[in-house]
Design a protein around this ligand. Structure first.
Ligand code: UD1
Length: 409
């Protein structure tokens, strides 16, 4: 690809990757036909489809963005290493399988390449609900006679732990309270999905969620919320390349803090009748950014901020508070001429007017997208290798950028 801009036109925002993967897992809770709408065409959805299929479910794309999942009574409650290793989010089948039949065997997760990602909070929470765990040969085995509702206080508002607990608790005897629950919009979407199935949940999307267990649940037809991270990616693209773009289907109310930060940098972002309108002129102003659990700035946005700051006016400090080792793409940006120094979980970014196209390697989904965004402000050609990472989380990323005027294939 080559440096391009300003970007002009409309980009459609797909359904949220981090929601649909969990809703697919939640389909394992009861038998019947589930219909999911607004499902993006991305590799992670295929991996989750393969996982459900390996357990005995039938997953079909019945229309362009519609997934039909048939769950029968012959589900094998096991998530094999070959699939879990490809996608860490597979771990959420644990809660769903426990709710289904009190047993699950799940390979220990691998996933994105940024530092250790333990599941101790998932396990401690499920143990409090009466689950016993054994680990051997790279698998964890979870079993319980009855799930029993209780109060669980999470040490940290972990998205995955909150999801596993929610899915298990919908079938527990009595009431489960999750305190310090994650508040991400994707959690609220999972709660809406489970509630539609017949679960009794109060407080989804807040830090205290109460779930009263029920005996009967039924399959549902559900439309996935829009992907706030995909939307954030295109906002950053406009930030770097300039221009005026409408993000069709994006939801401003899921992106408050991000929109505020982009405003401080000099961008104009506002809700429109069909999504979000964004405009950027000239170089952005540098700001400091710290990632935090929702409603803070998502850690997934961080590489986009680093890319924007690399060509902004001034110096910005980016602080990562969620994951260790999520700065690996910085070396690649430096190869493109960016002035970035990292120290522990901070990156100091000194803006330059332009970057310089170079061969670079995408280390994971979001960092890969950030390298593409940075290349919009680079002179000459940039070749991003390992770009397959990007397809894990983005539907037709290059095509969408091209449709608003970027020079990318
Ligand atoms: C999800 C998202 C990911 C996003 C992250 C934080 C999906 C598929 N992925 O990941 O894109 O960046 O939320 O918003 O939805 N932790 C523990 N023990 C645990 C669980 C988590 O120490 O048992 C730590 C993690 O290592 C990490 C932090 O808690 O440092 C946050 O993790 P968590 O919120 O669980 O993220 P994920 O659900 O893995």
């Amino acid at each position: 690809m080559r440096g391009s801009g300003p970007l002009e036109g409309t980009v459609a925002i797909e359904g949220a990757k981090n929601s649909v993967l969990k809703l697919m897992a939640a389909s394992l809770i009861c038998d019947g036909r589930f219909v999911l709408r607004n499902v993006p065409r991305i590799v992670d959805v295929e991996i989750m489809s393969d996982l459900l299929t390996s357990m005995g479910a039938t997953v079909r794309r019945t229309e362009d963005h519609v997934l039909t999942i048939d769950v029968g009574d012959d589900i094998t409650p096991e998530a094999p290493y070959e699939l879990v290793e490809r996608m860490r989010a597979s771990i959420v089948v644990l809660g769903a399988l426990l709710a289904r039949n009190g047993y699950a065997r799940v390979a220990l997760p691998g996933g994105d390449n940024f530092g250790p990602r333990p599941i101790d909070m998932h396990i401690a929470g499920l143990e409090a609900l009466g689950v016993r765990f054994d680990a051997a040969h790279g698998y964890i085995e979870a079993r319980c006679d009855n799930l029993v509702g209780t109060r669980v206080v999470l040490e940290f508002p972990s998205v995955g732990a909150t999801e596993n607990l929610l899915m298990a608790a919908v079938r527990a005897k009595g009431t489960t309270t999750i305190d310090n629950a994650a508040r991400e919009p994707e959690i609220a979407d999972l709660c809406a999905f489970l509630t539609r199935m017949g679960a009794r949940i109060v407080g989804g999307g807040t830090s205290t969620i109460e779930i009263e267990g029920v005996d009967e649940l039924a399959p549902v037809d559900h439309t996935v919320i829009p992907d706030r991270i995909e939307a954030g990616t295109f906002l950053a693209a406009v930030g770097v390349a300039g221009g005026e773009v409408t993000l069709q289907g994006a939801r401003a109310d899921h992106m408050d803090m991000l929109i505020r930060k982009l405003g401080e940098m000099g961008m104009r972002v506002s809700p429109s009748s069909d999504g979000l309108w964004v405009q950027a002129k000239g170089r952005l102003d540098a700001v400091d950014v710290s990632t935090l659990p929702y409603p803070g700035i998502a850690t997934d946005y961080k590489p986009f901020f680093v890319a924007m700051l690399a060509v902004a006016e001034g110096v910005g400090i980016v602080t990562e508070n969620l994951f260790s080792g999520r700065f690996r793409y910085v070396d690649e940006l430096v190869r493109m001429g960016a002035d970035i120094r990292t120290e522990g979980h901070h990156a100091v970014v000194r803006g330059r007017p332009r970057l310089s196209g170079a061969p670079v390697r995408a280390p994971d989904i979001r960092a890969g997208a950030a390298l593409v965004i940075a290349a919009l402000a680079a002179d000459g050609e940039t070749v991003v290798s390992d770009a397959s990472h990007i397809a894990r989380g983005y539907e037709d990323f290059a095509g969408k950028l091209r449709s608003v005027g970027a020079d990318v294939t």
